[in-house]
Every structure is written in structure tokens, then in C-alpha cells.
Design a protein around this ligand. Structure first.
Ligand code: ADP
Ligand code: MG
Length: 684
């Protein structure tokens, strides 16, 4: 960090600023107000509206301390400069005696007070509780601009922060990195004009437009922020693209064989994305593609077709899943698909003994064509000799570090990341700008929609009866136990209790139990029994959340559904409705519901489209959590709001492409301003 850019302040102050992420003058310039107060005008007490922030100028009439029911300082004031001005009571519930004395001096010497606050109707007439005020000295001019209110932290007063920022605005480099004509054609002011206005807006700049962040100055800052995000992510993308990767050329023989053996034909969307992937794999640089598609849209077969291409070209493929259960499932499914084609599928799972493990690892290093596993695949010493393609299923469940590990394996294999957490378009364009994105936007024909029903847990008996009815028809059911985030132990206990209760309520049915504490082998055995129809009701913790595919299961019961997030509920519900039977999802909830829990349940009840659910989730929570573990190390957007600023995301995307092509100097300047030394974090 160049010393010249450091904030000029004593160490104690600097450490408080650091808490706010403010290290450089540029950071201060970009530390923008939360809101504004209008101290540019005075209002007479008699004309003052109730409940609106405003400023009055007054003389002190009376200062008194009341002791009961609570000690408080009462200051009676009236309009200054008016003989019989209207009266107003200032009430302070906590105060210092020095404050009391200063106000008594103001009363005795008839000094003016400028008071800022909201008037309310008290018992004895109009009053302000804890207004901000200042005794006027010689400096009586009204401020010329609105007063900014900044996000701050303990021990850092607004006034101190204001001074530092005002100084930074004068001394920092506010150079313009964008073309002036382009800016004005998009109604965007210059950077310098925008930040000056946002830090000290003239009174006529509508405080409303500023506060709801639609003002052109706000739009300029949001655009710049989105541009910085695009630039850094696209730059990382281009850097990876300069690395070489094996060109996976294939005649298509394996893929044709696989498709011919399927009991279904691919949907149009599956064919389209399969072609996009096939084209990527034939390039001499690594594919970096995210395959998005709602639960059940059929991503696995698309991945399997990519595997065909890698194998036929003489390379190895690795298929990673976030959980053991899912890895097992994929192993079974892929083996059934590939064995007839003469391709061996290995599974490196936690349930292997050390000996078997070593043998497998040796094979993986040598002759294996397709290896399925959890992230153990990359963490352990599986040294692939010719790794050409890596598939990451349910990629949002993997952390940044795990993905980095992956990149270190093999010579830059092609990467296909899959996710069933649908992400609204603008979010994908923004947070996933370093990936190419393919979307499967079509479900296979013949799926009957899952009916969703909400039941208060006082009606649990009815739900148990529904389970019995479903099993009587030859179907199977999932019973998902409450999520207990604070404690895995409590979660396990709850699962055991549910299992015990259901086992006695449904004594004649076969009830299985699967939870995260089971060993790999035990988990696999239970799942295999459920797949084979030897278990009627599978009691489970959220370990079954992702990927599991048992088409005969037609009922999903979720206990304490109010504790789950929307994406999780949608994922869980996606476990049923995979066959041709009518399916249902019953959400058991416990009263009283918090307002967000209520909102979530309403959304999941009304919506079936994953993208729509994700969009509503975004409104409810903001994008940070939505993009999940990808976030670690990635600065969230502070100002841009992907719901309302979608047009700016598109503009930023275009501008980033142009700058990266033509103008490295501007790219560097812009990134320095916005990210400073933080850019390193983004090169994931
Ligand atoms: P997801 O996208 O959630 O991973 P899967 O790949 O597990 O979905 O597919 C869900 C189910 O749909 C599987 O049983 C799969 O065999 C089946 N399937 C996939 N594609 C089609 C299709 N085009 N027509 C009918 N069924 C399909
Ligand atoms: Mg899947």
C-alpha cells in the first residue's frame, strides 16, 4: 500500500477506522452516508410537523431535574427571536451534570440553542426526546449542505468521521476512469461530482432521492462498484483461460451409446447445454462452466455425457459430490450407465478400509477412467495421471478452499460445476462473472408437480396417517427431522426421538434412520435399502438434502419446517415428484412463527419454480447468503442492489469487457480505487 494513500490519523483512531474496513483515503471517499439530516433550515415550533426530523432555534427558559419515576433532565425552550414564542420541552433520560450546567449558563446568558430532532406530543405539550443540540457561539451560519450520517462503530463519533471524510475528499485522487461522453449518455455524473454530492449534498438535492439511492450520483457509485466486481472477476477468468488444458476430442461413440441405453430422451434444454459443454471441452484452455438447473431437471446425465467425451479422448474424469450419500448414489447410477459401455467407475468413499483405499488410489493414479467421491478425492493423495475433466456437483456446498485445491490438481483440468440452487440472472451475472453459465430451464416431461401443504404440529397425527396411506399404496416417504444449527448432538437426539416415535406409531411399517453421525458404510446400507424398497419411511436429518434420487418416494414430511431456509426447503421438496406418481410435501411447523419464518413458508407454499423462489429469497435475505460459501473472501456489494440495479449490472459487464480489451491502465486505476489490496482475495 503506498504510504501516500494512508489515512492521516492517530493510531487509536486508525484502528477504529480499520474496524469499518477503512484503511486508505480512497476507502474514506467510498464510505458513503446511510442517510442525511437537513440542518440547512430552521422551523418555528408552532409550524413544526409532528414526527419529522427538523431543526429549531430556541432560547432556554427553564432547566430542571426530575427524580421520579426516573431521573431525567427537563429543558423548557421557546423560539428564539420571538417575544412570546411557542414552548417546547426537551427531555433527556441520561445526562451529565456538566451538560446541565452548560444549559443553565445558556439560560442565564440568553444564548441560542440549535436543536435537531423529532417533535412528538407529550402529556404537557410538544416535546423532543434526546434531541441533538448545540449552544450557538459566534458561528451562527446555517450549514450549506445536508448533513451526512455515516455507518460507524463504537468510539468513533459522527463528527470525527465527517471531518476525516471531508478531508479525504479534498486530498484523495478522484481521477475519472470513464469516458465523459459515455457517462453523460447514460445520465451518470463524473466520479468526483458523484462522491462530492453524496458526501455533502446541496439542500435542493432531494433527500428522498438520495435516501432511496436512486439519485444519479448513487447510480454512478453503484455502477463503479459493479464495474470493479466485473473487472476483477473477468480478469481472473481471463487469466485462467490463458492456461492450457487438454483438448478433448471425441467421435461421440460413447455418448451415443450412453444415450441409446437411456429409458428416456434428453430434453431440449439438456441437449443445448450438453452441446455448450462439448464445445468447451474441445478448446485448448480449461472450461470454467457453471451448470444451473432446478432440482430434478437432470443435470447428472449431462455431466455423464461430458465424461464420455473426456474418456473417449483418453483422459480421466473425477466426479465430486458434497456428501458421502450423494457420492454413493452417483456411483450406483453412473456405474449402471457406464458398465454396459465397458467403462469402469470407481468410488473413493469414506467407508473403504485402508487397504482397499490404497488399491483404489493406485488405480485412480493409473488406469481409472471415472472416479466418483466426496472432496476427499482432491484432499487425499489421489494423483491422477491424466485428469481431463472435473465435475463438482452441488458446487454451492463446496468452499472456496476446496475449489482451490481442485485447481492445483492435474494440469488445469476442465471444470464443470453444477448447482441446483437457482440464482437470479443478475446475481449470476454479478457474482459469477468469472464463470460461463449454462442453464437447464426445462423439467423432463411427465412430472406431476409436488403438492405442498402446511400443517401446524398440533396436527401431527393426521400427517402420520398420511404416511401410512402413502405406504399402503406401495410408495415410500421421507421424514426429515428438525434442523438444529447450534448442536449436531441435539440434532441427532431429535432424529432418534422422531424415529422412535414413528416406529411405535407405525409399528407395522419398516422405518429406517439415516443421519450425519452414521459411518459411511452404515449410511450406504440404509440408503441402499431405501432405494431397493426395503424401507418404507426414511427418517433423516438434512444429510439427504441434496441430490438423492428415489423415484418411488412420493411423500416428504419436514418437521419444524420453520427452521429451514428457503433453498433448503426447495431442495428437500425436490426429493419427491421424481416419478410419475402424485407427490406431496408436508411442512410441519410450530407456532408462534416469526415474521420471516412465516414469509418463507408462504413462499414455499405458493411457488414451485426454483428461480422464482431464489428471487424472493434474494429479497428476503440479500445476495450474500444466497451465493453461500462462494462468499468467503469475496467482498459483497455494498451499494448496488441487484434487485433494482439490474440495468447497471449489464452496463458494467459491457464496460468491463471493453476496458479489459482496450485499456489496462484504466482497469488498474479503477480496481485500485475500489479494492486496493483486497483484490488478492478475489483470485480464486
Ligand atoms: P438433478 O438435476 O436434480 O441432479 P438428476 O440428474 O438427479 O437431477 O435427474 C433427476 C431424475 O430425472 C433422474 O431419475 C434422472 O434419471 C431423470 N431424468 C433426467 N433427464 C431426464 C429426461 N430427459 N427425461 C426423463 N427423466 C429424466
Ligand atoms: Mg443432482
Amino acid at each position: 500500500m503506498p504510504v501516500a494513500d494512508e489515512i492521516d490519523a492517530p493510531p487509536a483512531l486508525r484502528s477504529r477506522l480499520r474496524k469499518l474496513g477503512l484503511e486508505r483515503r480512497d476507502d474514506l471517499v467510498l464510505h458513503l452516508p446511510l442517510r442525511y439530516e437537513d440542518e440547512t433550515q430552521l422551523v418555528a415550533i408552532g409550524d413544526a410537523p409532528i414526527g419529522v426530523p427538523l431543526q429549531v432555534e430556541v432560547l432556554v427558559r427553564e432547566v430542571s431535574v426530575r427524580r421520579a419515576p426516573r431521573r431525567q433532565l427537563l429543558v423548557e425552550v421557546s423560539d428564539a427571536g420571538v417575544a412570546e414564542g411557542n414552548r417546547l420541552l426537551l427531555r433527556f433520560l441520561s445526562f451529565y451534570s456538566s451538560q446541565q450546567r452548560a444549559l443553565e449558563v445558556a439560560r442565564d446568558q440568553q444564548l441560542r440553542l440549535r436543536v435537531f430532532g423529532e417533535i412528538r406530543n407529550g402529556l404537557g405539550g410538544p416535546e423532543m426526546v434526546h434531541p441533538r443540540y448545540r449552544v450557538l457561539g459566534d458561528d451562527q451560519a446555517l450549514p450549506a449542505s445536508l448533513t451526512p450520517v455515516y455507518p460507524t462503530t463504537a468510539g468513533l463519533a459522527q463528527s470525527a468521521l465527517r471531518k476525516l471524510i471531508a478531508r479525504a475528499i479534498c486530498t484523495a485522487d478522484l481521477a475519472e476512469w470513464l469516458d465523459a461522453a459515455w457517462c453523460s449518455s447514460h445520465a451518470l455524473p463524473s466520479f468526483a461530482a458523484a462522491v462530492r454530492l453524496l458526501h455533502s449534498p446541496p439542500p435542493e438535492a432531494s433527500a428522498v432521492a438520495l435516501q432511496c439511492r436512486r439519485h444519479p450520483a448513487w447510480r454512478r457509485v453503484k455502477f463503479d462498484e459493479l464495474l470493479a466486481q466485473q473487472l476483477s472477476l473477468r480478469r481472473a477468468y481471463l487469466a485462467r483461460r490463458r492456461k492450457g488444458a487438454p483438448v478433448l476430442l471425441a467421435s461421440g461413440r460413447l455418448a451415443k451409446g450412453l444415450q441409446a441405453a437411456l429409458p428416456f430422451t434428453l430434453t431440449g434444454a439438456q441437449r443445448r447445454v450438453a452441446a455448450e459443454i462439448a464445445a468447451d471441452l474441445a478448446q485448448p484452455y480449461p472450461m470454467q462452466r457453471l451448470l444451473q438447473g432446478d432440482v430434478g431437471c437432470g443435470k447428472t446425465i449431462v455431466a455423464a455425457l461430458a465424461v464420455c467425451q473426456a474418456i473417449e479422448a483418453g483422459y480421466q474424469a473425477a466426479f465430486m459430490a458434497p456428501t458421502e450419500i450423494l457420492a454413493e448414489q452417483h456411483h450406483l447410477r453412473l456405474r449402471a450407465w457406464f458398465a454396459p459401455l465397458g467403462v469402469e467407475v470407481l468410488c473413493l468413499s469414506g467407508r473403504l478400509g485402508a487397504g482397499a483405499r490404497r488399491t483404489l488410489q493406485r488405480q485412480a493414479a493409473g488406469t481409472a477412467q471415472l472416479v466418483v467421491g466426496t472432496h476427499a478425492l482432491i484432499q487425499e493423495e489421489v494423483g491422477f495421471t491424466r485428469l481431463g475433466l472435473v465435475i463438482v456437483d452441488e458446487q454451492h456446498r463446496f468452499g472456496v478452499v476446496q475449489r482451490l485445491d481442485l485447481r492445483r490438481k492435474g494440469a488445469n483440468p476442465h471444470q464443470l460445476m453444477m448447482s441446483a440452487t437457482p440464482i437470479p440472472r443478475t446475481v449470476a451475472m454479478s457474482y459469477y462473472a468469472d464463470l460461463d453459465v449454462s442453464v437447464i430451464d426445462e423439467l423432463p416431461a411427465g412430472r406431476s408437480p409436488v403438492r405442498t401443504r402446511l400443517f401446524s404440529d398440533s396436527r401431527r397425527e393426521e400427517v402420520v396417517a398420511a404416511v401410512r396411506a402413502v405406504v399402503a399404496e406401495g410408495r415410500q416417504a421421507y421424514w426429515v427431522c428438525p434442523l438444529i444449527e447450534e448442536s449436531a448432538k441435539l440434532e441427532l437426539q431429535a432424529a432418534l426421538e422422531s424415529w422412535a416415535a414413528l416406529s411405535s406409531e407405525l409399528a407395522d411399517l419398516r422405518i429406517g434412520l439415516v443421519h450425519g453421525r452414521l459411518r459411511g458404510q452404515e449410511k450406504a446400507a440404509v440408503m441402499a435399502a431405501f432405494v431397493a424398497g426395503e424401507i418404507d419411511v426414511l427418517v433423516a436429518t438434512t444429510v439427504i438434502e441434496v441430490g438423492v434420487d428415489v423415484p418411488n418416494a412420493s411423500l416428504m414430511v419436514i418437521e419444524h419446517a420453520e427452521r429451514f431456509g428457503l433453498a433448503q426447503l426447495h431442495q428437500l421438496r425436490g426429493r419427491v415428484g421424481r416419478g410419475a406418481h402424485h407427490s406431496a410435501c408436508v411442512l410441519l411447523y410450530q407456532q408462534p412463527l416469526s415474521s420471516t419464518a412465516r414469509a418463507r413458508l408462504k413462499i414455499i407454499f405458493e411457488q414451485t419454480d426454483g428461480f422464482e423462489i431464489a428471487r424472493l429469497d434474494l429479497q428476503l435475505r440479500g445476495p450474500g447468503e444466497l451465493v453461500g460459501s462462494r462468499q468467503s473472501g469475496m467482498p459483497l456489494l455494498r451499494y448496488a442492489d441487484l434487485e433494482v440495479d439490474g440495468d447497471l449490472v449489464e452496463l458494467a459487464q459491457q464496460m468491463a469487457a471493453q476496458l479489459l480489451r482496450d485499456d489496462p491502465e484504466r482497469v488498474a486505476g479503477h480496481l485500485r480505487r475500489w479494492l486496493g489490496c483486497r483484490e488478492e482475495l478475489l483470485k480464486v
